[in-house]
Design a protein around this ligand. Structure first.
Ligand code: GAL
Length: 426
């Protein structure tokens, strides 16, 4: 008894004196931590690697396995993930978009662990915006993932000096782009709009839909209030076709980075892409915001911020759940978000992060943050916020057919069928 007391005292005193160094519970962690994502290059990979480096510093005993699968917007990663999840071989933690992509697939299938204890223990219920918490929770209030960022989908990218040289300005809406900007650029031998592979076309489509339908009309597509076969919805496809006609013919062969690069290189005037393109311009191409590249809301969507959020969760049966919990606790912290987001091109989701620090978050982030906090917010379809993977997978087929036949009425009718089949708006 005496010995035990003494020993306990000794430990306390040693800890107080710092004899054991900065001893924390996390120092005891060991074993693997497999992190599954689709961040394999540029600013995206740099952001992830910076997070891993910082986590490993505090948790040197944990062996990180970075299982990123290449392919923009997770087109390849999601297929691998599904095979693994359904085959009883889940990664320890995986990237998943907040919203329907998380809830309508993995949560509905009962394959995710609730994480409320982590949110409560870290004060995150007050530190994360309620709208975002809603996107990662089920109706019973169970929270299933930790957001690492807020991305914006509806961004138009360009190089100011190039526009000046070609004698064009940023188009305020799609009719200005189609009627004025596009022909002027074509006459100058410049691709008006650089577009990439299938998912980037769906990404463009949602910006066109938001512009043509407005906030209520766009939201109505997902709530059921806007009919997919209404003249307005058919009109979205018609405009989309006119916009595609102003883009490069080889779009199906281009990655999102290829398309963004065409703008930076002066081959194309504009590109519509999420603000991971900011990460690409800043980190991969080392361009200066405002001169090397610049931005505006996609035509006709000024005043609206189309959001998506990358999050990480804990699947049921994850082999190293304790390590995942430590990783998620780190990911959601202001500290981690300030490490990750300046490289990724996104805003921190945790409102206590240091977004006001202009050294860390340059002019692009300051502008995006003003819009995030001041604009109307809608959710991205192409990146899982408002539509399930079932819808999104089917929609990629419709985008491909439309690219081949340009038939707006049949695209609208096929989307209406898809929406019925996948429970959109129901
Ligand atoms: C999105 C994802 C972004 C970025 C982008 C391009 O779906 O949310 O973080 O990775 O794809 O791959």
């Amino acid at each position: 008894m005496k010995f035990r007391k003494l020993a306990a005292l000794g430990v306390t005193a040693a800890a107080a004196l710092g004899i054991f160094g900065a001893v924390t519970a996390q120092d005891a962690l060991s074993g693997d931590l497999e992190i599954f994502s689709w961040w394999t290059g540029g600013g995206e990979a740099a952001g992830l690697e910076a997070l891993i480096a910082s986590f490993t510093e505090t948790n040197p005993g944990v062996n990180i396995i970075n299982s990123a699968v290449a392919g923009g917007s997770g087109v390849n990663a999601r297929a691998v993930l599904t095979t693994r999840m359904l085959g009883g071989d889940p990664p320890d933690t995986f990237q998943v978009h907040a919203g329907a992509e998380l809830n309508d697939l993995w949560v509905r299938a009962g394959l995710m662990e609730p994480l409320n204890d982590i949110f409560e223990a870290n004060g995150w219920m007050e530190q994360y915006p309620q709208g975002l918490l809603d996107l990662i929770s089920d109706d019973a209030g169970n929270i299933y993932s930790v957001p690492v960022n807020i991305h914006r989908s509806n961004v138009l990218w360009y190089v100011p000096g190039n526009l000046e040289e070609w004698g064009v300005t940023v188009p305020a809406n799609w009719s200005e782009f189609v009627d004025t900007t596009c022909p002027a650029l074509q006459a100058a031998g410049v691709t008006p709009l650089a577009v990439g592979e299938n998912w980037t076309q769906a990404h463009l489509w949602e910006s066109v839909a938001l512009a043509e339908l407005g906030v209520d009309g766009y939201n109505g597509l997902w709530s059921g209030a806007t009919s997919w076969t209404s003249p307005e919805a058919v009109g979205v496809w018609e405009t989309f076709g006119q916009v595609l006609a102003c883009s490069n013919d080889d779009r199906n062969a281009l990655s999102w980075q290829d398309a963004s690069r065409q703008v930076a290189d002066g081959e194309a005037a504009f590109n519509i892409m999420g603000d991971w393109a900011a990460g690409y311009f800043l980190v991969d191409l080392a361009l200066e915001p405002g001169t090397g590249f610049s931005w505006a809301a996609s035509p006709g969507t000024d005043g609206t911020f189309m959001m998506l959020s990358d999050t990480f969760g804990l699947p049921v049966g994850a082999p190293n759940a304790t390590n995942v919990r430590a990783w998620l606790t780190f990911l959601g912290s202001a500290e981690a978000q300030d490490i990750f987001n300046p490289l990724k091109g996104s805003l921190p989701a945790n409102t206590t992060a240091d977004i006001g620090n202009a050294e860390l978050y340059n002019a692009y982030f300051q502008d995006a943050y003003a819009d995030w906090t001041g604009n109307a917010i809608v959710g991205s379809q192409a990146h899982g916020a408002v539509a399930s993977p079932a819808f999104t997978n089917g929609f990629s087929g419709i985008i491909a057919s439309y690219g081949a036949d340009g038939d707006a009425s049949s695209a609208a009718a096929n989307t209406a069928t898809l929406a019925l089949q996948t429970g959109i708006g129901g």
